[in-house]
Design a protein around this ligand. Structure first.
Ligand code: HDD
Length: 716
């Protein structure tokens, strides 16, 4: 068995997967029929220079298998990365739900897949996009799937609009441009006539859509769900994953550059951290609403475009998830894993959210095409650790061999088994909600306020976050070719907040048009006069909610330098003492220093043994690091000053508001890197010079120095 990243991780699912692992080390090469192969390098020919013979069954087997290696990629969330781990319930979880995995101290194996939504399998990790956050729990009562995102709301309220949304955001059908980007005509055309998307748009235009790491984002299950306790009492719930690593993002300019320098940036970061034993952790939180309080809010709990502000219903933490082992095989696990919001266990149930109801159909259906038939639950990564017994039979690639004559129920030939389980025996039974209504195709009036929570989001942001939202909208709408679409978007933004619309309009060179007389909503049967329904005061304390901001979120209250990456710029002749002092200080806080030099291999240093260089200036860039430090040593600094890549390294780190530090002689490089508008270099916020790295470590703890951006660039 391969050594798991966490040697303690030999949980039930890992043991279950062992029967499918294949090592091959030290073995003979065989055909798929087990025949030992004598020559795998030459096909069978009629003479050395003659034609290949049809008889060559080894050639045919190898090529045929290769020809069929690909399966259809996911229609959305195609690009993803996953890891194994466990979920552990805290003592308080069972008061809300009878689910076994939520009973005190129970540890459940899990497999978590993160993804972008719009791009193809080979697209960049750093697209501006929502991130999927899907967790498969292998519980003793069967598989439970949490199929969420890193943003707590969604673009649309009813699943019937999902194909339209996805068609609009995907590359345009005539020329398949652009890849993994929402900055194009069809997306904004659709959004400009879909006011229900405005809350989500504010989130996707914020830095939430360009996370620093998959480890530094929140997760949400969006819909309101039901939790059922041991007495059968139902409560409404919203689920949250709160990252122990904090919430961190990059700037858009960085994201663009990372896409070129390392399109696997997120994938690599997750893999490397797990390999190094930096196991990422999230706590599971719930916002619980009693059944009788269903209608006490000024929004509808069934509307997936709304949050419950944490000021109204606080989040109670009920457990934690740890990711501690990388998959053995990308295709077998990460690609073939099949999630479904309809995979529930006793203690969790659905609500009538029309977005959720439609999803309950879509996820099994899509696997039939993607994984080729109805037996995808038998694929090892999808296989339940709870035993499966039923009368479903056959189909493509069936693995299970059901023994016996009966494949129906009731029966007497097999003692009427497999038998139904009573609730007391763990049988799932749906919550008996009373439903009473006419059969209608309609949208509830309680779903019609599309702007109040978008405004709450805008109001809750720090100045730098607002500036980033404005810049993002200028970028995205700037890529739209139709001015009419830009103008319609300005009308919607104006209904969210006048300041937002004015600032975006300035960048587009437009005036904000009046909303008067404009049909905002194109949904048949919906109230077209959306503007009339958005005058409600924003919910939450003083129209703000700290949890919506990255800057003010309680998740970010504790700051440290754990797992941060620092580039140490040095050339031959660098001062060994300055490098080792910094390395020691970083390692003490759980951060990593990488030595970056003009060339690869060994660095000659003053006062010590040669050091191994991690990257040459050509193979890396400041956008891949959280901070940059210039090693001491006059000769080294002189060499770096002659290197445009080194100057750019500092320049960009400064522009991206990252900590920049230098041992005393390094000041000369900082001066060489100063650019127009960056008068503060050296000196100013987050720039430190001196032989002790103390201030630099302090700055790294702070993270970013947004005041640089706000003061050195024209106000956006
Ligand atoms: Fe979905 C995949 C999350 C609405 C139809 N969805 C998919 C994945 C995530 C989500 C994380 C990737 C799972 C993985 O890693 O394999 N989807 C969401 C969230 C939604 C949402 C949080 C709204 C709250 N989805 C949604 C709707 C529909 C779908 C309304 C269709 C009516 N989603 C799918 C799908 C996918 C999928 C087409 C593609 C691949 C797959 O299911 O397995 O069925």
């Amino acid at each position: 068995m391969s050594q798991p990243a966490n040697p303690e991780n030999t949980n039930a699912k890992s043991q279950d997967l062992e029967q499918n692992r294949e090592y091959g080390t030290g073995e003979f090469l065989t055909s798929n029929q087990g025949l030992r192969v004598n020559d795998d390098q030459n096909s069978l020919k009629s003479g050395e220079r003659g034609p290949t013979l049809l008889e060559d069954f080894l050639l045919r087997e190898k090529i045929t298998h290769f020809d069929h290696e690909r399966i259809p990629e996911r229609v959305v969330h195609a690009r993803g990365v996953a890891a194994h781990g466990y979920f552990e319930a805290y003592d308080n979880a069972s008061q809300y739900s009878k689910a076994h995995f939520l009973q005190p101290g129970v540890r459940t194996p899990i497999f978590t897949r993160f993804s972008t939504v719009a791009g193809s399998r080979g697209s960049t990790d750093m697209a501006r996009d929502v991130r999927g956050f899907a967790v498969k729990f292998y519980t003793q009562e069967g598989v439970y799937d949490f199929v969420g995102n890193n943003i707590p709301v969604f673009f649309i309220q009813d699943a019937i609009k999902f194909p339209d949304l996805v068609h609009a955001v995907k590359p345009e059908p005539h020329n398949e441009i652009p890849q993994a980007a929402s900055a194009h005509n069809t997306f904004w055309d659709f959004i400009s006539v879909t006011p229900e998307a405005m809350h989500m748009i504010l989130w996707t235009m914020s830095d939430r859509a360009i996370p620093r790491s998959l480890r530094t984002m929140e997760g949400f299950n969006i819909h309101t769900w039901r939790l059922i306790d041991a007495e059968g009492k139902s409560r409404f719930v919203k689920f949250h994953w709160k990252p122990k690593q904090g919430i961190k993002s990059v700037m858009w300019d960085e994201a663009l550059q990372i896409s070129g320098k390392d399109p696997d940036f997120h994938r690599r970061d997750l893999w490397d951290n797990i390999e190094q034993g930096n196991f990422p952790e999230w706590e599971l939180g719930v916002q619980v609403v009693e059944q009788e309080d269903e209608h006490k809010f000024d929004f509808d709990l069934l509307d997936a475009t709304k949050i419950i502000p944490e000021e109204l219903v606080p989040v109670t933490i009920i457990g934690k998830m740890v990711l501690d082992r990388n998959p053995d095989n990308y295709f077998a696990e990460t690609e073939q894993v099949a999630f479904h919001p309809g995979h529930v266990v006793p203690g969790i149930d659905f609500t009538n959210d029309p977005l959720l109801q439609g999803r309950l159909f879509s996820y099994t259906d899509t696997q039939l095409t993607r994984l080729g038939g109805p037996n995808f639950h038998e694929i090892p990564i999808n296989r339940s650790v709870a035993p499966i017994h039923n009368n479903q039979r056959d189909g493509h690639m069936r693995q299970q061999m059901n023994v016996g004559k009966t494949s129906y129920s009731p029966n007497l030939l097999n003692d009427n088994t497999p038998k139904q389980a009573k609730q007391s025996e763990g049988g799932f039974s749906s919550y008996e909600e009373r439903v009473d209504g006419n059969k209608v195709r309609a949208r509830s009036k309680s779903f019609v306020d599309h702007y109040s929570q978008a405004r709450l989001f805008w109001n809750s942001q720090a100045d730098w976050e607002k500036a980033h939202i404005v810049k993002a909208l200028r970028f995205e709408l700037g890529k739209v070719e139709e001015e009419s679409v830009r103008k319609r978007m300005l009308i919607h933004l104006g209904l969210v907040a006048d300041e937002l619309a004015q600032r975006v309009a300035k960048g587009l060179g437009l005036e904000v048009p009046s909303a008067e007389g404009v049909q905002l909503n194109y949904i048949v049967g919906a109230d077209a006069d959306v503007a009339a329904h958005q005058s409600k005061p924003a919910t939450g304390k003083e129209g703000k909610s700290a949890a919506l901001s990255i800057e003010f979120s309680p998740v970010n209250a504790k700051k440290d330098i754990k797992t941060k990456m620092v580039a140490v710029l040095a050339a031959d002749g660098a001062d060994a003492a300055s490098i080792s002092a910094l390395k020691k200080a970083l390692e003490a806080g759980g951060a990593t220093a990488k030595l970056v030099a003009p060339h690869l291999a060994m660095l000659k240093v003053n006062g010590g043994e040669a050091l191994r260089i991690d990257f040459s200036l050509q193979t890396t860039a400041s956008v891949l690091f959280d901070g940059v430090y210039v090693a001491g040593g006059e000769k080294s600094v002189q060499t770096l000053r002659q290197q445009p890549d080194a100057v750019q390294f500092i320049n960009e780190a400064y522009r991206h508001c990252k900590p920049v530090g230098a041992a005393a002689e390094g000041e000369a490089l900082l001066k060489a890197a100063a650019y127009a508008g960056a008068e503060a270099l050296p000196g100013g916020p987050g720039v430190s010079v001196g032989n002790s790295p103390k201030q630099f470590i302090q700055d790294l703890t702070t993270g970013r120095f947004w005041e640089r951006e706000l003061s050195s660039e024209p106000k956006v």
